[in-house]
Structures are given as C-alpha cells and as structure tokens.
Write a protein that binds this ligand. Structure first.
Ligand SMILES: N[C@@H](CCC(=O)N[C@@H](CS)C(=O)NCC(=O)O)C(=O)O
Length: 204
C-alpha cells in the first residue's frame, strides 16, 4: 500500500492508523499546490480532485476520501473495531462519527488553511463557527471512556486527533473544552502517534 499525504493534513489519520496496525506501507508526499508528488508525478493521475489522502493498493486500485479510506482501514484491521454489535443501529455509529468529523469539524478548520485574508468581523464569525463545532465534538466525549467509542481506539479517533491537532497550527486554545484537550494529549502520547508525527516532520 502507498499513502499519498501532506504533512499534518487529514491524510495523517490514515498514516497514524497504518502505524497503529503495524502495516507495511510506503508514503509519497504531495505538493497539492503544485499538483506534483515528491517523485515528480502529476498527482491528478492519482486523485483527479487534487487533494490528499489517496491510498493505492498493490493491484493499482486507488481509494480516496477520508471516510472511505478510514472505513476500509477499520474493516481491514479489526483491532480498530468500534462495532460493539449491541443494537442494529450501533453498526452505524462509526459512520455517524466519521460524517460529523468530515463534513462538520474538518470543514470548520478549512478556512484557516485557505490562504485568504479575513476581516476582523469574518475572523470572529469563523471562530464562532469553530467554537460551536468543538462544543459539538466535546459532547461526543461526555459519554466517558478514553476514546470516542469507550476504551477502544477506533479509526474515528485517528481522524479526530488529526483535526484537533490543527488547533496547534492555528493557535486556538482548547482550554474551554478540557475533555477534548485531554483526549488530544492522550492520543498524541500513543507511540504510533509519536512515530507518525516524526515521519511527517512534525515532532515537537
Ligand atoms: N473530501 C476530502 C477532503 C480532503 C481534504 O480536505 N484534503 C486537504 C488536506 S486536509 C487537501 O489536500 N487540500 C488541498 C490543499 O491543501 O491544497 C476527504 O474527506 O478526503
């Protein structure tokens, strides 16, 4: 398997999970602005939409989109299973979480990485939207346990870790959400997270 990634970007969720699983894989860094990978290949040939992550399998198949890639990793490496198979609806809780992370929490951070200049009023609006999404995320942790699904580290935790880690890049404090702050630190202390951050050149 080969993971196309950009340091610190959402592709780091799949990278973290591959390390958690002890999988055999290679990495290829992508400069999404230039549309080129580190080998000089045109990234559009891997993902025509031009963004990471993309996961390429030995047979040449390529999977894109975080929700699909993370789901695939969760099914392929059953150690991440979040399915406690209680009620039939429990099977869909992971999808619920991944959808929230992808379309709500992730997207609340996106403007901060857009390279655009925002007015003070626009900045206040963005901060308000981000605060609301962080509060919604924090509510998922109120059920207790170290992770989103209790004590089992799941693929959703890897994605949440990467998104919450962006608060360090944009200088947003998590002090108002102590459970979320502790959760981020807890995952960051996992050996696989340390390895992943080091491999992406982001270790403290
Ligand atoms: N819908 C995609 C969005 C992925 C995405 O937003 N990727 C960002 C990094 S987190 C990216 O590569 N953006 C292009 C860029 O930064 O130039 C997914 O969920 O996988």
């Amino acid at each position: 398997m080969k993971l196309f990634y950009k340091p610190g970007a959402c592709s780091m969720a799949a990278h973290l999970l591959l390390n958690e699983a002890g999988a055999e894989y290679s990495l290829e860094k992508v400069d999404t602005s230039a549309g080129l990978t580190e080998t000089g290949a045109r990234f559009a040939e891997t993902n025509p939409r031009g963004y990471v992550p993309a996961l390429q399998f030995e047979n040449g198949d390529i999977l894109t989109e975080n929700v699909a890639i993370l789901h695939w990793l969760g099914e392929h490496y059953p150690g991440f299973s979040s399915d406690k198979a209680g009620l039939p609806i429990d099977r869909f809780r992971l999808l619920e979480l991944l959808s929230f992370l992808s379309s709500e929490l992730h997207k609340a951070f996106s403007p901060y990485f857009s390279g655009k200049d925002f007015s003070d009023a626009e900045k206040a609006e963005l901060q308000g939207k981000l605060d609301a999404k962080l509060t919604q995320f924090d509510a998922f942790l109120q059920k207790g346990g170290d992770y989103l699904f209790g004590d089992t580290f799941s693929v959703a935790d890897a994605y949440a870790f990467v998104i919450l880690n962006w608060t360090n890049f944009i200088g947003v404090s998590l002090d108002a959400w102590p459970k979320t702050k502790a959760y981020l630190a807890r995952i960051g202390a996992r050996p696989a997270a340390q390895k992943t951050l080091t491999e992406e050149g982001l270790a403290a």
